[in-house]
Design a protein around this ligand. Structure first.
Ligand SMILES: [Zn+2]
Length: 343
């Protein structure tokens, strides 16, 4: 009897978790019915999909491995399911709109309108703009350090002690925006994990960088002491999400925690230091904090295109420009101090 009660508890718990996991949109009986009809007939209303016409007699259990479950059949099934979900969602949403109801989420996501098969065109465009802005910032930083500022006479290397660290930052940031654009084009398991992982890697790295710069850590050993535990933590978190459980709630807490920590570090430093470009830092910190609110306050897409997440990607474009401008000012300022010292 005790086992029964335990089992009952477990089943209720699992169901509860499942209900929490699902969205309002996909638990709607009309949407479910549409999906069922679509996967059987391959049609939503008058619209029919080629993907859904698969014959079941292709598989032969005794044949060689490549005959058993042809990969293209799996692809077709996957494509059919995706098309059915999308067109049933669109149909339900237009019905709901006529009734004056607001959009709801389906399978954890807002109903976005596709453009040329791209799921979230606005987020893709903003990700691409962020990527180009990062590239522009990184290239101009490179030109400033190696062609405009004086180099150390003994080894022809820049005076600025954070050069290598900002180069790595540029590469990680560009990598992260690339995967962001890919993920918003096509949301599947692998693209989602790549986007999340590269964003966490970037956020963890910028936290390390903010500690090293604000505390002016220049010793190699001290830098390693700061970086090692944070790298271990971020790596564990990425491995946990990829190979154990993609826990969105936990990830949100980790990311917001790391984000706020570095914003506070930069704000404290901007307040205390006499850095000539500290106003740029202030704008990035306040702007970044406000932009982060967009990521937490989630609203449905306007006209099926622009949602809070897309606006968050838009907000980071001017902030990135100002951020690289601050980095370049810092390099120039530090170089002039070190050149004076060397004389
Ligand atoms: Zn995104």
């Amino acid at each position: 009897m005790v086992e029964c009660r335990w089992l009952g508890f477990l089943v209720t718990f699992v169901c509860l978790v499942h209900v929490l996991d699902a969205s309002i949109g996909d638990s709607d009986p009309l949407y479910k019915a549409c999906l069922e009809v679509c996967t059987k007939t391959g049609c939503v209303g008058k619209k029919c999909f080629q993907q859904c016409q698969f014959s079941s007699d292709v598989t032969s259990p005794n044949g060689p491995w490549y005959m058993q479950e042809p990969l293209y059949l799996q692809w077709k099934q996957w494509g059919c399911q995706g098309d059915c979900q999308y067109y049933c969602m669109m149909e339900r949403e237009s019905e709901r709109e006529v009734q004056g109801k607001t959009p709801v989420k389906y399978h954890g996501k807002w109903p976005f309108r596709r453009v040329f098969g791209i799921q979230e065109p606005v987020s893709v465009a903003f990700s691409a703009l962020n990527l180009s802005m990062q590239f522009h910032g990184w290239v101009s930083f490179f030109i400033l350090l190696y062609y405009k500022l004086p180099l150390r006479p003994q080894n022809r290397k820049p005076y600025y002690e954070y050069t290598g660290l900002w180069h790595i930052y540029g590469l990680l940031a560009m990598n992260s925006w690339f995967w962001s654009a890919v993920f918003h084009s096509r949301d599947v398991d692998i693209t989602e994990k790549l986007d999340y992982s590269s964003a966490i890697a970037l956020l963890g790295y910028t936290l390390i960088l903010s500690i090293l710069r604000t505390f002016n850590v220049r010793e190699e050993a001290a830098r390693v002491m700061v970086a090692a535990p944070l790298i271990a933590f971020v790596t564990t978190h990425i491995l946990y999400l990829n190979f154990y459980k993609l826990d969105y709630g936990l990830n949100m807490k980790v990311c917001v925690g790391m984000g706020i920590a570095q914003l506070l570090l930069w704000a404290g430093w901007a307040g205390l230091s006499r850095h000539p470009s500290r106003w740029k830092l202030w704008v990035v910190v306040v702007g970044g904090g406000l932009a982060m609110l967009l990521e937490i306050y989630d609203f449905p897409p306007y006209k099926g295109f622009v949602d809070a997440h897309a606006l968050w990607h838009a907000a980071t474009i001017p902030l990135t420009y100002l951020w690289w401008s601050f980095i370049k000012d810092d390099a120039e300022f530090q170089t002039s101090v070190l050149v004076k010292k060397a004389k």
